[in-house]
Design a protein around this ligand. Structure first.
Ligand SMILES: [Zn+2]
Length: 585
């Protein structure tokens, strides 16, 4: 290679390394630069052997620069690529539409208002992902408010409060404040009393069916015109627990002839006999309905922008009556459609998942078949991968489909560079009721000749992380589907080429060119007599198999790549087997 060409290679490589490092905010890698460099510069190809040697020091220099230095240098070498980077950044910022009238507020403040009746399913991640991202973009904040005011039909699970906060942390966000509505009953009562004084509410003892009939005809019930004194007394009796469920409610006086019957004199408080599971709230019997509670709280906690489902459009209209009585400004509202997630047989519904767990059909909330955040977390999927996919969906009013493959692809980008490589030979499958139809079988093949052990790299793009040491012994296990025909060759990955004679593998003297030029398959394997029994839990069922001996030393929580199988999170090493959770291909 002459000096001129060498200089061009250096320059092109430096440009590519700078661009990659800036774009991904991480160190540039020889492997990631090499392919595109050769693709775009056909005249480099005849010098393929020399190029990595030129690349390595260039990339090392680039990785030693800080961000500003990198930008400066890239602007010298290729100003158009700096523009390309900036254009990409603008695109990323533009995924979420601007918040309406954000300039009218000193600080944007949004809220996530979960019902703590269970850990979160994947769809629940959308709210914190989007409002957390908005809070970052607008330099604002968001709060978490547990709307836990229905101790009966949406009964809170005590441990779900902390679990949900953990899930928000897993997604990478931190709320500015956390509220529990069940701590705030006295506040709601105060506002009910004020509303009564303003003539905006009345106690009503009509049986529900009778009221409904009157209301649908646009007719007031006899209680609507009660004097304030009586309403006040009856409401205090509700608060004091003097009525049973269904005997008395407090209604907001709206417009009994409103064209939308759902807005006519709606219930603000009712009696629930079942005590709240939280000790702090177990004495209360008079509970606000969600529209009253959340409407009052949004105002009192300074929420400027609300996102809620398109099916809840009536909520803002109902609450507007209360806001009018109190002369409050209603926050900005964005309505969005529902999100559906593919790839799961189990319905994305807290109550359904809870029933399946209670019936023993799922092991728990983090069963890999459950479409929940605890489950994907256990599988080694990072919160960022979910947030990015959720933000990509935007906030449109139409229903949107979240493809798990988008999350998997994001996650692969996040974990690949760190994930140590491991071999896992699969040999069995238990569908655990999923109905999936997969089968695996391992076959043992004695080997002759060749080195005593194999030394594949821990990571093919990180030589500095060293090699694994896999003793070959007298034979290997491979997956039945990888067994070559009699007389054919395979390349045992990290070890070398072997020929199969129908019974044994004989080691061959050949270099890796046979893989490229003669199409010899590269297969993964483990030693037949020195391996680790593994249970790989997947959304379709449990795959069993044998990993290379080094898997026993992989720390739990580590995400590995089982070569040709997929990424998985090492969960634990039990006495009789190691357990990993499958993430994605
Ligand atoms: Zn009535």
């Amino acid at each position: 290679m002459d000096d001129e060409l060498r200089e061009r290679v250096r320059r092109e490589a430096e440009t590519a390394a700078l661009f990659n490092a800036l774009k991904h905010g991480s160190d540039a890698q020889v492997g990631a630069i090499m392919g595109p460099l050769m693709g775009e510069n056909p005249d480099f190809r005849p010098h393929g052997d020399e190029i990595p040697g030129i690349l390595a020091p260039v990339i090392e220099d680039v990785n030693a620069m800080d961000r500003d230095q990198k930008r400066e240098r890239l602007a010298e070498l290729a100003p158009e690529r700096v523009e390309e980077l900036d254009a990409d950044d603008d695109e990323d910022d533009g995924v979420l539409p601007d918040l309406p009238n954000a300039d009218d507020y000193d600080e944007v403040r949004m809220r996530c208002a979960p019902n703590p009746n269970g850990p979160w399913h994947i769809g629940h991640a959308r709210m914190p992902a989007v409002i957390g991202t908005y809070a970052e973009e607008y330099d604002g904040e968001f709060i978490v408010r547990f709307d836990d005011t229905d101790p009966e039909t949406k009964r809170p699970l005590l441990w779900a409060y902390d679990e949900i906060l953990d899930e928000i942390e897993y997604l990478g966000f931190e709320p500015a404040d956390v509220y529990r509505a069940s701590d705030r009953l006295e506040t709601y009562y105060e506002h009910a009393r004020e509303l009564i004084e303003l003539g905006g509410a009345y106690t009503c003892s009509c049986p529900a069916g009778e009221f409904s009939e009157l209301k649908n005809n646009g007719e007031a019930c006899p209680h609507r015109e009660k004097d304030v004194e009586t309403v006040r007394e009856e409401f205090e009796a509700m608060v004091d627990g003097e009525y049973d469920a269904g005997e008395m409610v407090l209604r907001v006086k709206t417009d009994i002839e409103h064209k939308n019957p759902a807005l006519r004199d709606w219930v603000a408080f009712r009696i629930i006999d079942t005590p709240h599971p939280r000790e702090e709230a177990e004495q209360y019997r008079c509970w606000p309905m969600l529209d009253f509670q959340s409407g009052v709280d949004d105002h009192l906690t300074g929420v400027t922008h609300i996102i809620r489902g398109i099916d809840l459009q009536d909520s803002a209209k109902r609450q507007q009556f209360v806001y009018d009585y109190f002369d409050w400004e209603y926050p900005e509202v964005i309505h969005w459609g529902h999100v559906q997630v593919d790839a799961y047989d189990v319905q994305m519904s807290t109550s359904t998942i809870r029933e399946l767990i209670d019936a023993g059909d799922l092991d728990g909330w983090d069963d890999p078949r459950a479409p929940t955040l605890p489950s994907v977390q256990r599988r080694g999927i990072r919160g960022d991968a979910i947030v990015d996919a959720m933000v990509e969906l935007g906030t449109s009013t139409s229903n949107v489909d979240l493809s798990m493959s988008a999350i998997y692809s994001n996650n692969r980008d996040l974990v690949d560079d760190d994930a140590p490589r491991q071999f896992l030979v699969r040999d069995g499958f238990d569908d655990r009721g999923s109905g999936a139809d997969e089968s695996y079988e391992a076959v043992e093949v004695p080997t002759d000749g060749g080195p005593e052990s194999a030394h594949p790299p821990v990571h093919p793009e990180h030589e500095e992380r060293g090699d694994r040491d896999i003793p070959v012994g007298d034979g290997v296990l491979i997956e039945a589907g990888d067994l070559p025909a009699d007389g054919d060759r395979v390349w045992l990955k990290g070890y070398g080429p072997v020929r199969y004679d129908g019974e044994r593998f004989a080691f061959l003297d050949a270099d890796i060119e046979v893989v490229r030029e003669e199409g010899v398959d590269v297969v993964h394997w483990t030693p037949a007599d020195d391996n680790v029994r593994v249970r790989l839990r997947t959304p379709e069922g449990d795959v069993t198999g044998y990993a290379e001996p080094g898997f026993a030393d992989v720390e739990p929580e580590t995400v590995v790549q089982f070569v040709r199988v997929g990424f998985a999170r090492c969960d634990r090493h039990d006495a009789d087997e190691s357990v990993a959770y499958y993430a994605h291909p």
